[in-house]
Write a protein that binds this ligand. Sequence first.
Ligand SMILES: [Zn+2]
Length: 57
Amino acid sequence: MCDHSPACPQTTDANCCSAHVTADHSEQGWCRLCNGIVLFDDGHYLTPDGRAHLLAG
Ligand SMILES: [Zn+2]
């Protein structure tokens, strides 16, 4: 669970990928965010339900 203040955005929020990075694997091209999202450096991300999304903007 998120213990940041202010709390990180939920996975359903438009700015979900602005959550804190909790596991940085940028040398492998991805990182895990506080809300469970896996963010790839090609602009895609996965939500905890296993769905792939394209980062908007
Ligand atoms: Zn957090």
